[in-house]
Design a protein around this ligand. Structure first.
Ligand code: ADP
Ligand code: ZN
Length: 716
């Protein structure tokens, strides 16, 4: 037998990271422990790293003991180490993302309850009888008892004093388990084949599979079968969604399929709900979790499958704090746990598609819509030939199509990926423009709230009546459309129609949004004016027409990924039309009907588009053919930021590693800080992290300078 180690490493969930302590009996890697740090006691996790043997025994402080009853599994520990290394973040900062719900480490105290003591009451009154009857089936909390019996507090207290009731603790009822066979679907032959392939992968170790299928082909239906297989094998499943707004829909489908509401993990949940779910995941009582990016860091007890839905979605990239791509890290998490990961999309990212084509990923395809429905008929509306009236945004062909749709009793979606009323406000007399004081961005008018808002930092100010620069009265003019402005036009054109705006800043918060989505799904809305929030995932049965107000939006900026993004967005949003009933159609308002993206959309030729994109990436030395990283330097003063970035450029690595820049970052000023960016590029076989680490270490950060490394940046 090997003797117990005398010292061990403990990873603390912050930048201090790994420290060495004297071991305590029975404490093992993965255990959550309390350790002394200075004059305090802090919580950390026993880590696999060998302890520091150079510290003198006398200086070594002992582990105080275990905290709670949950251990962090070896696969999750390896994942933390990987993410730390890959994103060049101290591992403690990653561990903090795991220990998100510290209260969940210890079992919750059972609730106080009241029960019958067995002593009969001396006097029997109506209310007393009701209390006794309510408790006949077992103990209840005081609150539940008052509700169930309708009796007053005084009656209950009286019975307690008389010894008829006694205090007890409520035995915990385990949550109901999902049933893999609760409501099995009738799959089409193509769905069946894909589902069989996925089921065969569950339990057979790590693999990555791209589940590609046009919008409405039933990908969700197929991956639900993979989840059923995981459940049947006694394993847990994680479904990652790019946006919180999409979780209720998946949750509803999972509930229907398996008869139990899955756990939801995202920032919209209360701390209490998160604590409960974290613990249920760790103890294996939560079988299915639907979550945002951060759900990757949950301590699954027996993970069996990960699904990344809408894998191409840019929202999977976390740009704040630890910069990571949740789809990429999901693959790593699956690898460490030795389980399959399913990437689902109608419009996979170029990276994922290439991996599927090269055979690194398995590739499952659903070629047609479920039930043989055709994809919507997509046409471009050339705004140069048929422009809208001045100061308005809907062209004659779109107006006609909406009118026809209304007449047929169907639903129309007008899509514009711009929140608010107008993206820019200008004084007609002096040309004054409203800029964010903290960012290099225009303030967006939100007319409903009467405010000008920065969409980057949240700065808000009231919209003045008088120009602050020239004092002109009623000279301020909105420029360009946002969804609120399109709504105004819709109400003027079709006053009888029931119209609604759906965007993330809907008054009333997440619940209002869920309610509004329900009304749209039930057909209680005729015209939806929506941002990207409604572009993906949803099935609105009556929706037959999608009109894209500005299909060029996003194509103008210089980012090589812009074309791919726009293609994905347009495919997603047009794919909302005709999902249940035949005859769906889509119109794209554009000034550039010959742009490759618009042409690919109209022809329905995604293959040609991907082929062209792939060539462009290869010839341009872009991912996935080359590796990229960005170093973002920010500081309170522009000169300070520039000087630091320039110093980095002077000491940049050479040879096969290229450093481009510094250039102003895509948002040159953000939250009051000036930002420069250096782009690092290298051939695929070169790992960038060690090179970056050496380079950056030689140029220390001083003054107000801050540096962030973005591995695999989303914009190049
Ligand atoms: P995707 O995820 O590919 O966009 P969904 O799984 O959401 O597609 O399916 C689109 C629509 O078709 C949904 O309303 C879904 O309920 C329905 N559907 C798909 N497959 C089936 C099936 N086998 N049986 C019944 N309805 C199905
Ligand atoms: Zn701002």
């Amino acid at each position: 037998m090997t003797p117990e180690p005398e010292r061990l490493s403990v990873l603390l969930p912050h930048r201090l990271g790994l420290l060495t302590y004297r071991a305590a009996e029975g404490v093992r890697p993965g255990d959550v422990v309390a350790v002394p740090l200075g004059g305090r006691t802090v919580v950390g996790v026993v880590w696999d790293e060998p302890p520091d043997e150079t510290i003198a025994d006398a200086r070594l402080r002992p582990v105080a003991g275990r905290v709670g009853d949950i251990a962090i599994g070896a696969d999750l520990r390896r994942f933390v180490d990987f993410v730390a290394h890959y994103t060049m973040t101290p591992p403690g900062a990653i561990l903090r993302m795991v220990l998100r719900a510290p209260d969940a480490l210890v079992p919750p105290k059972p609730l106080k309850a009241l029960a019958l003591s067995g002593t009969a009451p001396e006097r029997s009154t109506g209310p007393r009888e009701k209390v006794l009857a309510a408790l006949a089936d077992g103990p209840l909390t005081r609150k539940a008892l008052l509700e169930a019996s309708g009796a007053s507090t005084a009656v209950v207290t009286g019975l307690l004093k008389a010894g008829v009731l006694e205090e007890t603790r409520l035995a915990e009822v385990p949550p109901p388990r999902p049933d893999p066979q609760h409501r099995p679907p009738h799959l089409s032959p193509a769905q069946e084949d894909a589902a069989d392939a996925l089921k065969a992968m569950v339990g057979a170790g790590f693999s990555t599979v791209l589940l590609e299928g046009v919008t409405g082909s039933g990908k969700t239906e197929v991956y639900l079968e993979a989840i059923a297989a995981a459940l049947a094998a006694g394993r847990q499943a994680l479904v990652l969604m790019p946006e919180i707004a999409l979780t209720p829909m998946v949750t509803a489908r999972l509930s229907e399929r398996f008869g139990v509401v899955p756990g939801e993990w995202h920032s919209g949940r209360t701390p209490a709900a998160r604590t409960a779910l974290w613990r249920d995941v760790a103890t294996g009582r939560a079988d299915i979790v639907v979550g945002a990016r951060s759900a990757l860091f949950l301590p699954f007890d027996r993970l069996g499958l990960i699904v990344v839905d809408e894998e191409h979605d840019p929202s999977f990239k976390q740009e704040d704090g630890v910069i990571y791509h949740a789809r990429d890290m999901a693959i790593v998490r699956a690898k460490e746990a030795d389980v399959p990961v399913v990437l689902a999309s109608a419009t996979p990212s170029v990276e994922t598609r290439l991996n599927a084509e090269s055979g690194r990923y398995r590739h499952l395809m659903l070629g047609t819509r479920h039930g043989g429905l055709a994809l919507p008929d997509i046409r471009a509306v050339d705004l140069r030939a048929t422009p809208p009236p001045r100061g308005e945004w809907l062209s004659p062909p779109v107006r006609q199509a909406v009118a026809d749709t209304l007449k047929a009793g169907e639903q129309a979606l007008l899509f514009l990926n711009r929140r608010g009323y107008a993206p820019l406000t200008v004084c007609r007399r002096c040309g004054h423009r409203f800029h964010c004081p903290n960012c290099s961005a225009s303030l967006v008018e939100h007319r409903l709230r009467g405010r000008l808002v920065c969409h980057h930092c949240g700065h808000e100010e009231p919209r003045p009546r008088v120009c602050p620069s020239c004092g002109g009265e009623d000279t301020l003019a909105p420029c360009g459309p946002g969804v609120e402005r399109v709504e105004e036009e819709v109400r003027a054109l079709w006053p009888e129609a029931r119209a609604t705006v759906l965007s993330s800043d809907l008054a009333g918060g997440p619940q209002a949004l869920v309610d509004a989505l329900g009304r749209v799904a039930r057909g209680e809305v005729d015209i939806v004016i929506g941002t990207q929030l409604v572009a993906k995932g949803y099935t609105f049965p009556r929706l037959q027409l999608v009109a894209v107000v500005d299909a060029d939006l996003g194509l103008e900026n210089g980012d090589p990924r812009a074309a791919e993004r726009t293609f994905q967005m347009l495919t997603q949003v047009t794919g909302r039309a005709g999902r249940v009933t035949a005859g769906g159609r889509a119109l794209l308002q554009t000034h550039a009907p010959d742009h490759p993206v618009i042409r690919a959309m109209v022809r329905g030729d995604g293959e040609a588009f991907y082929a062209e994109e792939t060539l462009m990436r290869r010839d341009g030395g872009l991912p996935p053919f080359h590796r990229l990283a960005a170093v973002i330097v920010s500081a309170a003063e522009k000169a300070e930021a520039h000087a630091h970035a320039a110093a980095l450029a002077r000491t940049a690595p050479t040879g096969e590693v290229e450093v481009l820049g510094p250039a102003e970052a895509p948002l040159a000023v953000l939250r009051g800080r000036y930002r420069y960016r250096l782009l690092v590029r290298a051939p695929r076989r070169i790992m960038l992290q060690p090179i970056l680490a050496d380079w950056l270490a030689a140029v220390p950060v001083e003054g107000t300078v801050r540096r962030a490394v973005d591995i695999d940046p989303q914009s190049f």
